[in-house]
Design a protein around this ligand. Structure first.
Ligand SMILES: C[S@@+](CC[C@H](N)C(=O)[O-])C[C@H]1O[C@@H](n2cnc3c(N)ncnc32)[C@H](O)[C@@H]1O
Length: 418
């Protein structure tokens, strides 16, 4: 494992100018929506929390995280998260001066932002499972003058910080697959839990409030986070494939991995089939909800990493979302659309039943387009294990977790199902 060292001290005026420019951008883009959060972003010196040698421009890139520690396989295990999602999560938490906040996953910078938002009467506690990360965060918070306003503790997210509870907000800054009971139990009655929650491989940063015995979402954002370690770690299963030239493709499954790992042997050496959907998308428009729709409704859903060019398409592009259907694999594509601006979604598939696998994916692209695309965004609820009265509307998608179940509602889809 490698950890980067202490930050350098850059020219204060250059850092200030970039800090203001980043904050202006976050305001323009609608990521910051309240004066207190704006003030925090204009005040906390982000460059002091990133590793030595990080370019100031990278430290102040509104959409980029800065990795601070990597694991043995080279994957990031700790980072200073991207400013845009830090801003959104603090806004989602609806913090007010004087509130008490628990941050799960430390780095120092976000805790300093939180300290500015809750002010001197508030309290920030941040916990991390990694002693090196917690020590680094504590040192940097002391060096930047926030040491007296933030308590850094070494702890596993699963336990929270009972000695400092209750909290008006629990903000989890590491990717979670489940909702630890401690996060709910340590919240005040009207507190907010903000958590990047993985649902069949797709993550939404969801703000929850309590309602009777369960949690209901108040907002959701699209972002990725480093994976949870410790008691709440939940690993995906990986299915490696090779094409005819021996190049690698890996399929990853959160739920529903094929029971027989050999059922796809040799699949990439078969002749691909392609099915178009007639559904188009304009350049630059997000279709993140299609991924979540797949995670909810597409049997065999997986996501894909591939060596360059293995899944390349002449004039089109492919996206790392796929589905395994029996002995065949389909994945999402877009190609220039005939006669209209934008691109057309489609599916490309390999295997003996390639045509059927591609058609099944296209059926879900069309269903999303018809039922959900123009409707209200999906909403989420979490029902803890042991909840006695589950009140789930028709059409809700349920994903079982260890500590309860997540219910995903697609409002337009529900209306159509009644
Ligand atoms: C994205 S970083 C946190 C970023 C930080 N909030 C910031 O200032 O931007 C995620 C952190 O979560 C920590 N982490 C992972 N699993 C954890 C667990 N079970 N309990 C507590 N911390 C954990 C990692 O060590 C890592 O430092």
């Amino acid at each position: 494992m490698t950890t980067t060292g202490s930050p350098r001290i850059p020219t204060a005026s250059a850092a200030r100018a970039l800090r203001d420019a980043m904050t202006d951008q976050l305001l323009t883009d609608g990521k910051i929506t309240s004066p207190r959060v704006e003030y925090a972003f204009r005040t906390v010196p982000r460059e002091q929390f990133v590793p030595a040698g990080t370019a100031l421009e990278a430290a102040y890139d509104a959409y980029q995280a800065v990795v601070t520690k990597t694991g043995e396989n080279g994957a990031a295990i700790s980072s200073v998260s991207a400013p845009f999602i830090q801003a959104r999560m603090i806004e989602q938490a609806a913090l007010q001066p004087g509130m008490r906040v628990l941050e799960v996953g430390s780095g120092g910078y976000n805790a300093a932002l939180l300290a500015e938002v809750v002010g001197p009467e508030g309290r920030v506690v941040t916990i991390d499972i990694d002693a090196e990360v917690a020590d680094r965060a504590g040192t940097l918070l002391d060096a930047t003058g926030y040491g007296g306003r933030v308590t850094v503790t070494l702890a596993d997210a699963e336990q929270g910080a009972p000695e400092f509870a209750p909290f008006d907000a629990v903000i989890v800054t590491v990717g979670a697959w489940d909702i630890a009971p401690a996060w709910r139990e340590q919240l005040t009655d009207d507190g907010r839990l903000v958590v990047p929650l993985r649902m069949n491989g797709i993550t939404r940063v969801i703000a929850f409030r309590r309602e009777a015995g369960h949690l209901v979402s108040t907002s959701a954002e699209v972002a990725g986070f480093v994976a949870m370690q410790g008691a709440g770690a939940r690993h995906e299963s990986a299915l490696p494939l090779t094409d005819a030239q021996g190049r690698r493709v890996e399929l990853r499954f959160d739920e529903g991995a094929p029971e027989n790992p050999h059922q796809l042997d040799g699949v990439l050496a078969t002749e691909p089939a392609e099915v178009r959907s007639g559904v188009t998308i304009d350049r630059g428009v997000s279709f993140a909800d299609l991924h979540l729709w797949f995670a909810c409704f597409l049997t065999g859903f997986c996501w894909i990493t591939a060596e360059k060019d293995v899944l390349a398409l002449g004039t089109g592009r492919w996206f790392p979302f796929g589905a395994v259907r029996d002995d065949s694999l389909a994945y999402l594509t877009v190609r220039p659309a005939a006669g209209v601006t934008g691109s057309e979604f489609g599916a490309r598939a390999y295997g003996c039943h390639a045509e059927a696998a591609a058609a099944a994916m296209v059926e879900q692209i069309r269903a999303w387009d018809r039922q959900a695309r123009r409707g209200p965004a999906p909403t989420f609820a979490f029902w803890p294990t042991g909840s006695d009265e589950l009140d789930l509307p028709d059409g809700v998608v349920v994903m079982e977790k260890i500590h309860g179940l997540v219910a995903i509602s697609w409002p337009a889809a529900e209306k159509r199902s009644t």
